[in-house]
Design a protein around this ligand. Structure first.
Ligand code: AMP
Ligand code: MN
Ligand code: MN
Length: 326
């Protein structure tokens, strides 16, 4: 059978489908961040206020710094046994269902809504609401809420501002347009707790994370005429400081901030495969670079999973960014 062309859905089509369904499951990606989680929580809160049934599926636990989000305690890997067969599964912030992890049950496409802002989203849903120019999946959700005339409570506003602050790096990245700042101001006026978001997400590091950061920076390498800065975090380093994967998040922004660096990479060698985070300054497209190795993301922020030893991962990434013009 020929698979029909993936369909882009209009705001009106998505709103009609949200109104039509009675039950929803929000799906966030593995290693969840404030965007995948905040976008789903925001839309879920609005649908619950409309009397709909809402569940959350997420393979990994909610990261420590996101547990303050309203309804975050409802997020789990387990789903209720009496979930209706016509529940709509809403995937937030991922280009493909594989990003939801291996515990995702088999789903029919007609029950999938894909809300995202990544480049190269595979349009895996029956409904695909992919707005590549949005700074976060949360702002895609905000368009839907406005079209539905859904009341934006302080809780919903906090979830949405979290998506923006996460994906703009606290209003630092190039996706921080005037419109984004305007939207953020509106969310604050609606009661979003900016102070709490800043405090919980950006100023709430464990001491272990700070010591790990020191070690990762100490062993960082600057190569390719100063244009490529990278480091490795392995099992032994985590063990030395009593740190875990959540404590590695901040490392890459320091490598990216070195003068003259076009691409920064962190090779995360724990939990099995090597996971690679890439950040660029816009000169080299790290999304297409990651795409060469089976990953994806955005022009200036991407990632991939490499099956093989770290030295091979480093060489593969070096070749991919050279091919993209480093
Ligand atoms: P991270 O470095 O993990 O914060 O990821 C940066 C960006 O790359 C995010 O937009 C992710 O969605 C994307 N990304 C990370 N890992 C992968 C992967 N294995 N496949 C596709 N996209 C990824
Ligand atoms: Mn994300
Ligand atoms: Mn995002």
């Amino acid at each position: 059978m020929i698979e029909s062309k993936p369909k882009e859905s209009t705001t009106e089509e998505v709103v009609a489908e949200l109104r039509r369904r009675e039950s929803f499951v929000f799906v966030s990606h593995v290693k969840p961040d404030g965007d995948t989680l905040g976008a789903g929580l925001a839309l879920g809160l609005a649908l619950r206020a409309m009397g709909k049934r809402v569940n959350y599926f997420q393979q990994d636990p909610v990261p420590r710094n996101l547990r303050f989000l309203p309804d975050a305690d409802r997020v789990a890997r387990e789903l209720p046994a009496d979930l209706p067969a016509d529940a709509l599964w809403v995937f937030c912030d991922m280009s493909d269902t594989s990003r939801a992890g291996e515990f995702l049950p088999a789903l029919e496409r007609r029950n999938i809504l894909d809300i995202d802002h990544h480049l190269a989203n595979s349009r895996f849903g029956a409904f695909n609401y992919v707005l590549e120019t949005e700074c976060s999946t949360g702002t895609c959700v905000l368009h839907l809420l406005r079209a539905m005339n859904a009341p934006i409570t302080p809780e919903i506003a906090t979830c949405l501002l979290t998506t923006i602050m996460t994906d703009t790096g606290g209003f630092m990245h190039s996706n921080t347009t005037g419109e984004v700042l305007q939207t953020s101001a509106e969310l604050i006026a609606l009661g979003a707790n900016k102070e709490e978001i800043t405090e919980k997400i950006f100023a709430n590091k464990r001491f272990a994370a700070i010591r790990l950061l020191g070690a990762a920076l100490d062993t960082a390498r600057l190569e390719e005429d100063g244009k490529f800065c990278w480091t490795v975090v392995d099992e032994a380093m985590l063990a030395k400081f009593g740190a875990d994967g959540e404590d590695t998040e901040e490392i890459i922004q320091h490598l990216r901030s070195v003068e003259g660096v076009d691409v920064a990479a962190v090779f995360k060698d724990y939990d099995g495969d090597v996971r690679v985070s890439l950040r660029g300054n816009g000169r080299v497209n790290v999304q297409t670079a990651a795409g060469r190795l089976g990953g994806g993301g955005h022009h200036r922020a991407s990632g991939l999973t490499f099956v093989g030893p770290v030295p091979a991962a480093i060489e593969a990434v070096r070749a991919a960014i050279r091919a993209e013009g480093l």
